[in-house]
Design a protein around this ligand. Structure first.
Ligand code: RP5
Length: 175
């Protein structure tokens, strides 16, 4: 096994704007990762070779793909380490195609699938798995959650203080 290293793979460079969110989370948590473009359809031999050796270098794989998205499943078929699938939003079917392709694995070969475009959650989930055996990552996750909780409480205080109309005008005008 490796030292908590995560592989982030994606079917195309067009997936990068989504998949970079997983990398950003891992960086915040101080978790080492490698990122690659690998396609189950366009580079099938490379995808298979990656999967066969993934456990020597990585603890978890995060795999994003769109459309007939087989990458996560193909990798999961050839590695015992956990694979987290990220369905990429598509212009034709809004990512429902990607979601169904990734989430509906046959019994015996699971892929832990996050929501459409939810690479951030994939990064957090990877961190949570690693935190089971790594106190430093667990502490960073706790701090992350605390900050998130405080931000929501602060927003609520402001909304209750100024009323929803003013809040919407001043805080949500750019959204
Ligand atoms: C998939 O096909 C990729 O994961 C990507 O989401 C989709 C489209 O790829 P490009 O045509 O943009 O390279 O394999």
């Amino acid at each position: 096994m490796c030292q908590n290293k995560v592989a982030i793979v994606m079917g195309s460079d067009s997936d990068l704007p989504t998949m970079k969110e997983a990398a950003e989370v891992l960086e915040k948590m101080g978790i080492p990762y490698e990122m690659s473009i690998l396609s189950a359809h366009r580079t099938p031999e490379r995808a298979h070779a990656f999967a066969k050796t993934a456990k020597e270098k990585f603890s978890i794989v995060i795999a994003g793909a769109g459309g007939a998205a087989h990458l996560a499943g193909v990798i999961a078929a050839s590695t015992p380490i956990p694979v987290i699938g990220v369905p990429i939003k598509t212009s034709t079917l809004n990512g429902v195609d990607s979601l169904y392709s990734i989430v509906q694995m046959p019994p015996g070969i699971p892929v832990a699938t996050v929501g459409i475009g939810s690479a951030k959650n994939a990064g957090i989930l990877a961190a949570q798995i690693l935190a089971l055996q790594d106190v430093a990552i667990a502490q960073k996750l706790n701090a992350f959650r605390e900050k998130q909780t405080n931000e929501v409480i602060e927003k609520n205080n402001q909304l209750e203080g100024m009323g929803w109309q003013k809040y919407a005008e001043t805080k949500l005008s750019g959204k």
